[in-house]
Structure formats: C-alpha cells, structure tokens
Design a protein around this ligand. Structure first.
Ligand code: SAH
Length: 341
C-alpha cells in the first residue's frame, strides 16, 4: 500500500497490521504532512526498523517535475512524471489571495471531446490516488495551495475511487487540510458519478462541462452525450442539487461559429434553469493544434452571450483563459512533449 493512498484516519490500523505501535501514527502524519518528507529515511522521529518497514510496505510515491513552463500572466505549468515514465500536467494559477492548482486524474482521456487536447490521443491509464497526491505535492513546492480544481487531463468520474481517495486525503484535517469548499471537481457528465458524490457527504464543489445546449450539437462536441444525453445529465444535476443543497456550475466553452449564436445562449439559459441555483461560467475556446477549424470567439460575442444569459435569469461569469503562454489548461504541454519525443 502506498503511503499517499492511506487516509490519516487509517494509519493506526495500517501500523497494527505491520506490527508497529499505533501511537506512531501521529509521528507519521507529522512527518508526511507537516514536514512534508519525500522519503521515509527523512522521518527521523521514527525508529530505524520502522522506517525500513514503511519504505518496504508503504513506499512514498516518487514523481518528478520533468518540465516546467511559465506564462506571462504568472501561470505555471508542470509536467509531472511518474515511476512508470508516464506523465500528466498540473497547472498553478496565482490570483490575488488564491493559489490554485489544476490537477489531472488520468494520463490522456477516453472521453474524446472534440475541442480538447487531453483526449486527442485517447487514454493511456488512470492515475492512482497516491499519484494524484504526488502531483499535488509537486505543485505545493511552488507555494501553499489554497484551491484545487480537478480540471486537468482526464475525467474524474471515470476514475472515481482513486480521485475521491486522493481528494479526501488532501482534505483531511490531519493531512494537508485543504477545505472541501476549496476543491472543485469538474465532469464532462458521467452521470453515475453525481449520485456517488452526493452520497459522500463532503462539500466539494461540482462543475459540469456542458458546452452545448442541445443533443444535436453536444453529440458532436462531446461523445459522452451519446451515453448520457442532456436531459439525463440535467436530471442528475437537479437531483444532486436537491440532495446536497450545493450549487452546480456549468462550464460553457464558446467556440466561434459553433455554439456561440444568440439562439444557443437562449437554449442554454432554458436548459440550466431546470437545475436549481445553477450558475454558468463562459470560457473562450483555447485553440488546440489538432482542431484548427475551432477558433476563439471575439470578445463581442462573449459579451453578447453573457448578456443573453443574464437577461434570461442565469447567473453567469465570464472567465478569462489563463495560461495561454504556458500551453496551459488543455493537455497541450504533454502533447508538445510527445511531439518532441
Ligand atoms: N473531464 C473533466 C475535467 C477536465 S477538462 C471535464 O470535462 O469537465 C476541464 C475543462 O476544460 C472542461 O470544461 C473542458 O471541457 C475544458 N476544455 C477542454 N479543452 C478546452 C479548450 N480547448 N478550450 C477551452 N476549454 C477547454
């Protein structure tokens, strides 16, 4: 069992299974999450034989920062390489009093959204919980992380168990202690995940990538829609909101000439109003090299879209695309590195 897949509350049991004294749990948590050791040999409060046992039975996952790129807006993107040579990207986004880390949950992605670079080459594999935590650890070397968004590569609800274990660990009071409301999970609409998340009783934030207001368009942009169409998705969202009293934010990437008409905006407003307290984030498409036909809309189109949504009673935010100079947010750093290999 990997050290970074063990929740703080589980350490006593793990220790007793290893034949070690349970009071060592406190020292272990101190070493892992206050001293942030990267190797058991650094846990000097523990007896040598226990350090050796832990290194053998509960190794600390090694992840290295294989590449790094910075954008003029202060966004930094890291390529995090795991023990098997696979890598994912994680993006660090400073903003006033926040320092947000965008994390990945899979190497590549199976969802195949047409405008997204993460899925351009399909999926290699899912990350394990300890690898997701290792990725967070790489990020926090750049500063104290105040927020996490699960908006990197991969679909978190297609890797539910490992993602949730990692997020619970990062959220744990005796672990990194990052507040649940500071952690946002984003899904493309893998419907079974909604009920599972609601049943966790943890106040993680939830975003849903909608990107199209009707099935005709969404079927084309997001193949996941053929499995769970918009009505099914919105019904799951509604149920989630009613059960948890938590709001859902719909992400809508605006693509020039594709989903940016006033009619689309009106249709979108009608759709999201089926979900109580829903909000919309509008994001201009960030261009991706494998789809040159998809272009960023003009600012005026973004403002028109915003206006229509607001006039139709939908709380809407215009999001700037951060990190463009770092090839950030859409699987582009890994693509660039793959191109070089
Ligand atoms: N699989 C999850 C999380 C990863 S993607 C999901 O789909 O929500 C994070 C967000 O970036 C999603 O809303 C996704 O649709 C969006 N995105 C992907 N490619 C993009 C691009 N080229 N421009 C703008 N947003 C993009």
């Amino acid at each position: 069992m990997k050290a970074w897949s063990i929740l703080p509350c589980e350490w006593k049991d793990v220790l007793s299974r290893l034949g070690a004294r349970p009071f060592r749990a406190e020292q272990i948590l101190q070493a892992l999450y206050r001293e942030w050791i990267g190797d058991w040999s650094q846990a000097t409060t523990l007896p040598l034989d226990l350090r050796e046992t832990l290194a053998r039975e509960c190794p600390i996952t090694h992840a290295v920062i294989a590449d790094e790129s910075a954008s003029p807006d202060g966004t930094k993107k890291l390529l995090v390489e795991f023990e098997d040579g696979n890598s994912v990207e994680t993006v660090l986004i400073p903003a006033r009093e926040r320092f947000t880390q965008c994390i990945s949950t899979q190497v590549g992605c199976a969802m195949g959204c047409r405008f997204c670079a993460s899925g351009a080459n399909g999926i290699v594999r899912s990350l394990t919980a300890d690898e997701i935590v290792a990725q967070y650890m790489c990020g926090r070397k750049s500063g104290e992380i105040t927020n996490i968004v699960v908006m990197g590569m991969g679909e978190p609800f297609a890797n539910y168990d490992e993602t949730m274990r990692a997020l619970k660990l990062i959220n744990a009071g005796k672990g990194p202690n990052l507040g649940a409301r500071h952690i946002t999970i984003s899904t493309c609409g893998v419907v079974p995940g909604f009920e599972r998340l609601a049943s966790e009783g943890i106040q993680f934030e939830l975003s849903v990538s909608l990107h199209a207001p009707n099935d005709r368009l969404r079927d084309v942009l997001m193949p996941v829609n053929k499995k769970w169409n918009i009505d099914t998705l919105l019904a799951a969202c509604r149920k989630y909101t009613l059960a948890t009293k938590r709001i859902i934010t719909f992400e809508y990437t605006v693509i020039n000439g594709v989903n940016d008409s006033p009619a689309c905006a009106r249709e979108l407003a009608a759709a999201v109003r089926k979900v109580p307290m829903a909000k919309v984030n509008l994001i201009p498409l960030s261009p991706v090299s494998h789809r040159p036909e998809y272009k960023t809309p003009d600012e005026s189109v973004m403002l028109m879209f915003l206006d229509v949504l607001m006039k139709n009673g939908v709380q809407t935010m215009l999001r700037r695309s951060r990190g463009l100079g770092a090839d950030a947010a859409c699987g582009q750093l890994r693509l660039r590195n793959m191109g070089r290999a």
